[in-house]
Design a protein around this ligand. Structure first.
Ligand code: BGC
Ligand code: BGC
Length: 818
């Protein structure tokens, strides 16, 4: 008996070590399913439905099967195109408008668009079997692409709330508002576990540790799809998409779409945990990730997509690829990529490449380059989801229910989420809560601005260009404070620059990052406002006037803000709260007597850095030394120890941080400089906001001369594609007597653009020019080797004063120089 046991143990031991030895074989990007956790797509496979799928599959032509595998973006396809190209799905990308209407539209045009595509997909036509279209959208913090929707805090704030029951409610509301707009599929939850906070998508992750992601995956999916995927569109549910599989949060350097260089154990322990519970919860789709794992693109990694995800992890829904992600697989192009489907992608997101991709995939299916069994499996998975969702069944009782968009009971949940997401980092002298009867100054550029309050993936892809009027069902932070203070008998005044006439009792300063999303949001160091500390200037001005200051910091990640913390008596990390600014006043503003109305509950789900150089700062790592550790958060019962004065040495070379501010407050901040040149006299003069905050340039006109802001060579090809602009605040002092050119020299190609008109208009007045990088990219294709961010050349007498020059994201206000 004993011997038998020992034998068994020995055997187990041998198998284990054989398994481990196998794990060391092969390229580091080949997964070993045996090492992965098992999961089960609960509720997705239903024998009755599988029978219906068998019957349908038997009737489908190869053309229709291949069509099911392809998804086009609404910006490049019309409903009638589906007659020739029977595609299975349409998505609305972040900056893609509905049919015949602007991108910022309320549900009317969106519903009409979804219905128009569905109608063609369901037409009875000779040789065509009606199969409903599935319409997907980035409903990632509410149905956030649609005017009037309830906008929830971005995931980083929800992570701080650490409340799965709340997340399920949010999922349910998001589903209802997505279904009301006629859509079937939300591209969430994001289960990334961001490791390097420089990553521009850090805020899409719930936490830098896997635990919260794991708990939330189930909660959000239950909310979106209905528990155990039993929900259908008839119940106001939609399909979820766990994304991005796998390792998006682990790229080296925090580079978006980069390379995740970790061993398989780490990939499983840190990045895969959310997928275990997502699959168990019956998630209907999983989105493949743009990133590579040890050099191999996930989109082409068969061991991961097929052997691990669909094999060991038991995923029975379908895998959708990400926005032209297949084109990044070596050997593929946007229109030609058998490898993606062979690796396990079931539906290819081919936003603008669908036509060519359809034709090539059809040929590859016919020739056997893609085996028919693979095609049938992919179609089966897609049909499974379409049946499960109830897309084959009429009626759709939620379609067009406009009253559900931003409904008061939805907004109340969002407001609760805002309250729960706030993390109190400092509260010296128990300044908070502010007495409701106080005289409050509300300062900071973000106090009354829905842009930074909602962040990226809101109405537009990058969240730029958003106006107050785009949010009919919302409250800014200022509006919330004003309402709360007035209700308690106090008074509030709004002053973005911190100026005041009557001295307030306290100032609440709201500031933070400008909105961004993928790619554009990647930063080089964790320093907040490198190059030009605008918020700090406001805080210091108020402090100098003897006014106690409360900072409300809006950001998509923890950033190094020691100078701002020092200049604040209280400091609240408010993340990207969304449409319900009132939730902030609920916690910050007490009653008449100063008793709290709501306490702080948020705790950091990301560690807060002590220096701007702690890019990768996660619990458990050797030498972990944050300013505020994972899990930190004060409240009114535990006010915490005094913080003392923090070091204001950022720990990074300032020239590393700043790549966007070229001239501000009278100087070119590091790493930029504005060298003196012969032929241009210069002097310091006042700007609209600061004494000696501007530089006055006088061209003598005796010979051509160029004012150049010099700096390190920069690659702006992404910035140019992403529609960024060069913004200059200037005043014409003397109208030029000859032509003027403006340039962004790129390598040797320093071609300038005519700018005589813009520098001749309105002499004597301060004006702002927002010049699209795209205009410059036309003169110097690519902008991949920018040698200087700004050069102005004149050969005749000309007088110009410059107060500010920087890179901004404001495509709506942009134009070309003239
Ligand atoms: C993003 C996804 C998103 C998709 C559709 C991609 O660029 O990575 O998260 O769902 O676009 O907009
Ligand atoms: C789309 C986004 C997409 C992105 C990827 C944008 O134009 O609107 O949805 O994620 O491109 O590059």
């Amino acid at each position: 008996m004993k011997a038998g046991r020992a034998m068994l143990l020995l055997l187990v031991g041998t198998t284990l070590s054989a398994g481990l030895a196998a794990a060391q074989d092969g390229p580091a990007s080949t997964a070993h399913p045996a090492l992965w956790p098992a999961a089960k797509s609960v509720g997705l496979v239903d024998p009755a439905i599988e029978k219906k799928i068998d019957a349908l599959l038997a009737k489908l032509s190869i053309e229709q099967k291949v069509g099911q595998l392809i998804q086009a973006d609404i910006g490049t396809i019309k409903p009638e195109d589906l007659r020739k190209y029977p595609l299975g799905s349409i998505l609305a990308g972040g900056s893609s408008p509905p049919l015949n209407a602007p991108d910022r539209s309320s549900i009317g045009p969106w519903l009409a668009s979804a219905q128009a595509f569905r109608a063609v997909s369901l037409e009875q036509r000779p040789g065509y079997v009606p199969i409903p279209n599935i319409f997907g959208i980035d409903a990632v913090h509410g149905n956030s692409n649609i005017v009037g929707a309830t906008i929830f805090p971005h995931n980083i704030g929800l992570g701080a709330a650490n409340d799965p029951a709340l997340i399920e409610k949010i999922g349910r509301i998001t589903a209802v508002e997505t279904a009301a707009a006629g859509m079937d599929w939300a591209f969430g939850p994001t289960l990334a576990v961001p490791q390097d906070d420089r990553w521009g998508r850090a805020y899409e992750g719930y936490s830098e540790k896997p635990d919260i992601s794991k708990a939330y995956a189930k909660a959000l999916i239950d909310g979106l799809q209905g528990a155990r995927a039993s929900g259908t569109i008839q119940k106001g549910n939609v399909a979820a998409s766990a994304k991005h599989f796998l390792g998006d949060g682990g790229t080296t350097g925090g580079v978006d779409q980069g390379n995740t260089e970790v061993d398989e154990k780490t990939l499983i322990a840190t990045h895969a945990q959310g997928y275990v519970s997502a699959i168990d919860a019956g998630v209907m789709t999983v989105m493949a990730s743009f990133n590579s794992w040890n050099g191999e693109k996930m989109h082409g990694n068969k061991s991961m997509l097929t052997d691990v995800l669909k094999g060991k992890m038991g995923f029975d829904g379908f895998v959708v690829s990400d926005w032209n992600g297949h084109a990044q697989i070596p050997g593929c192009t946007g229109t030609d990529c058998a490898r993606a489907i062979n690796a396990g992608i079931d539906m290819v997101m081919a936003p603008d490449t669908w036509k060519g991709l359809y034709e090539n995939t059809l040929a590859q299916a016919k020739s056997g380059v893609i085996p028919l069994a693979r095609i049938d499996d992919a179609v089966r998975r897609i049909l499974r989801v379409k049946f499960k969702l109830g897309l084959f069944d009429a009626p759709r009782p939620y379609d067009g229910r406009a009253e559900l968009m931003g409904a008061p009971e939805h907004r109340a949940v969002a407001r609760d989420a805002v309250r729960k997401s706030l993390v109190l980092l400092k509260n010296e002298g128990r300044l908070l809560p502010v007495r409701g009867s106080a005289k409050v100054l509300v300062a900071g550029t973000a106090a009354n601005d829905m842009g930074p309050q909602a962040g990226g993936w809101t109405l537009s892809w990058q969240g730029d260009g958003n106006q107050r009027s785009d949010f009919p069902n919302a409250q800014t932070i200022w509006e919330g404070i004003d309402e709360a203070v007035r209700a308690q008998g106090g008074s509030a005044a709004l002053s973005p620059d911190g100026g005041f006439t009557a001295k307030p009792d306290v100032a609440i300063v709201v500031f933070g990052e400008a909105p961004y999303a993928e790619m554009r949001g990647d930063i080089r160091t964790l320093e907040f406002e490198p190059g030009d500390k605008q918020a700090l200037a406001v805080l210091r001005k108020l402090k100098a006037a003897g006014i106690p200051t409360v900072s409300v910091f809006l950001s998509g990640r923890p950033l190094w803000v020691n100078p701002e913390l020092n200049a604040s008596d209280a400091f609240v990390a408010a993340w990207l709260p969304g449409s319900e600014g009132g939730g902030i006043a609920d916690v910050l503003i007490g009653d008449k007597a100063g008793k709290p109305r709501h306490d702080f509950q948020g705790r950091l789900s990301f560690s807060w850095p002590k220096t701007a150089g702690q890019f990768v700062l996660n619990p458990g790592q050797p030498g972990y030394d944050p300013l505020f550790a994972y899990g930190f958060g004060l409240d009114y019962r535990t006010p915490g120890k005094p913080l003392g004065k923090l070091s204001e040495v950022s720990g990074v070379d300032a020239s590393l941080s700043n790549r966007t501010v070229f001239f501000a407050r009278g100087a070119a901040p590091a790493p930029f400089s504005a060298p003196a040149v012969a032929g241009i006299a210069r002097s310091a003069v006042d700007s609209p906001t600061q004494q000696e905050g501007a530089i006055r340039l006088v061209w003598s006109g005796s010979a051509p001369a160029a004012f150049t802001i010099a700096g390190p060579q920069m690659d702006w090809s992404r910035e140019s594609n992403a529609d960024l602009s060069l913004r200059i605040v200037y005043r014409v002092d003397t109208v030029p007597a000859g032509p003027v050119e403006i340039a962004i020299p790129d390598g040797d190609a320093g071609k300038g653009l005519p700018a005589t008109a813009m520098f001749s208009r309105k002499p004597g007045e301060w004006q702002t020019a927002t010049l699209s990088l795209k205009c410059f990219a036309k003169a110097n294709p690519e902008l991949s080797k920018v040698a200087a961010p700004l050069r102005i050349t004149a050969a005749a007498p000309f007088g110009l004063t410059i107060a500010d020059a920087r890179l901004v994201s404001d495509p709506n206000a942009s134009s070309c120089p003239e």
